[in-house]
Design a protein around this ligand. Structure first.
Ligand SMILES: Nc1nc2c(ncn2[C@@H]2O[C@H](COP(=O)(O)OP(=O)(O)OP(=O)(O)O)[C@@H](O)[C@H]2O)c(=O)[nH]1
Ligand SMILES: [Mg+2]
Length: 452
């Protein structure tokens, strides 16, 4: 006892000894860090790495992977996704309110009564509206206005350096956004999930103005009433606005989402829209399957053109690319409205097929199921389609053969062509496809390292 207290005081009194001890501690920490980095490097070298490429559906595919093979991890991020889903819902409401405002502005006409305005000697002007929207709609609009600043506030917290008006909720890869989002709401996180089942009292007016849960819960009845209102639906239709086609559409689920105890379902999380900027690395430990415990890395990238240079460094170290191609022959790119989305996908596919760095990489094409709206003729957009039957089956086959042809012609060395017809928002059918994809990649990987 006595000796240990003696040493302690000797250390404290001797600055040189203290300095040495601190330096040793720092050196020890550096050694540990180096060891850790080396282990991580070895782990990564042995792991199977997949890059997700294409225009639409990459992050959705990643979520399907997590849900199918690493469900515990997937569910541990529920609190962060809850905020994203709430922001998606708010985005739709915001768009709805913009349309209603436009309708009111454009349909309000001045009407000269002819009677002189008291004291001014001029004819009085009253305004009347030709719109079917009523004062009740105006009041609902007013009551929903506290939702409007929330999206902006949260987006600024996620991306403090963003200076443009952002199209969607975005995150920058590697910015720790999940932790930030999970912490935004007091009842988020693992602990919060138990509490989320118990209703919480809304307290908007008193200071929870930036908490999306509280504000949405306070606005719930108005959101449902406005969205289900036949007059509002008619205005949207007349103005050609299809909110249900916006990514991250949750208005039909508002009764469930705009509550204090909202806990997202797996499907909600898969459907949530969050634009990716940069490249995000996701490490998985397979919780089941042919090689449980095996490590996989999946790289999810931002798909817009200005993100593309960031993909290249990943090319020489991956075993497989899952390439998502939407059969959107009648839609244009968001960033360049003169370029057709499918044409852009085909161009990118050609580049990937012929890239020498990817010569040994397994390429897996996910052709996103086509939906042919009534009256859309494929040959109007793709003249080479000619007079073939204008149905989903023939259209899918036509484009699959196109992708297959380029794959065969441009690959630097012969390799198998893998393709699947997918709808990645359908978690069940995607899970079945991913099991096959996983086994295929694993087999190709083991063959390449001569294990089988
Ligand atoms: N109906 C349908 N919607 C889809 C499909 N794939 C993706 N979506 C929706 O399209 C939106 C965008 O999907 P994401 O997976 O985020 O697209 P991404 O490729 O990661 O896009 P970026 O991150 O911007 O490069 C989401 O709202 C998805 O729910 C699909 O197969 N069918
Ligand atoms: Mg994405």
């Amino acid at each position: 006892m006595a000796s240990s207290s003696l040493f302690a005081s000797a250390d404290a009194d001797d600055p040189l000894a203290k300095q040495q001890k601190d330096a040793q501690a720092v050196s020890h920490r550096i050694d540990e860090d180096i060891q850790e980095s080396r282990k991580a490097f070895e782990r990564r070298k042995k792991a199977i790495k997949i890059l997700l490429l294409g225009r639409v559906g990459k992050s959705t595919t990643l979520k399907n992977f997590q849900l199918a093979f690493s469900p515990q991890h997937f569910r541990s991020e529920r609190a962060a996704w809850r905020t994203i889903i709430q922001l998606n819902l708010i985005r739709s409401i915001k768009r709805l309110l913009e349309v209603l405002q436009q309708e009111l502005d454009e349909s309000t006409q001045p009407l000269r009564t002819g009677a002189p305005d008291k004291g001014k000697g001029k004819a009085a002007t009253v305004r009347f509206s030709t719109s079917p929207l009523t004062d009740q709609h105006r009041r609902m609009r007013m009551r929903l206005s506290p939702l409007l600043p929330i999206e902006e506030q949260l987006t600024r917290r996620l991306l403090p350096d963003a200076n443009d008006r952002l199209q969607d909720v975005c995150v920058r890869a590697g910015s720790g956004w999940k932790g930030l989002l999970a912490g935004i709401q007091q009842d988020g996180g693992a602990d919060g999930q138990a509490r989320a089942k118990e209703p919480r009292r809304p307290s908007t007016a008193e200071g929870r103005r930036d908490d999306p849960t509280a504000v949405l819960a306070a606005c719930r009845d108005d959101i449902i009433a406005l969205w289900e209102d036949p007059v509002v639906r008619a205005v949207l239709k007349r103005r050609g606005v299809r909110l249900q086609d916006m990514p991250g559409f949750f208005l039909n689920d508002a009764a469930r989402i705009a509550t204090m105890g909202y806990d997202p379902t797996d499907e909600d999380i898969v459907r949530a829209r969050l634009r990716t900027l940069g490249v995000e690395e996701h490490r998985f430990t397979m919780e089941s399957g042919a090689l449980p415990g095996s490590e996989w890395y999946i790289y999810d990238v931002g798909g817009s053109r200005n993100n593309r240079p960031m993909w290249i460094p990943y090319f020489d170290d991956i075993q497989a690319i899952i390439f998502l191609a939407p059969l959107a022959f009648n839609l244009m790119l968001e960033e360049d409205t003169k370029v057709n989305r499918l044409e852009d996908s085909i161009m990118l596919w050609k580049e990937i097929c012929q890239n020498p760095l990817l010569a040994k990489t397994t390429l897996i094409l996910f052709l996103n199921k086509a939906t042919l709206a009534a009256g859309i003729r494929v040959n109007k957009y793709v003249p080479s389609y000619g007079d073939q039957p204008n149905d989903v089956q023939h259209v899918t086959k036509y484009f699959r053969d196109k992708f297959r042809g380029y794959h065969k012609r441009l690959s630097p060395q012969a390799r198998s062509f893998y393709w699947h017809e997918t709808s990645v928002v359908d978690t069940r059918s995607t899970a079945a496809i991913l099991v096959g994809v996983r086994e295929g990649i694993l087999r190709a990987h083991l063959q390449s390292v001569n294990v089988i």
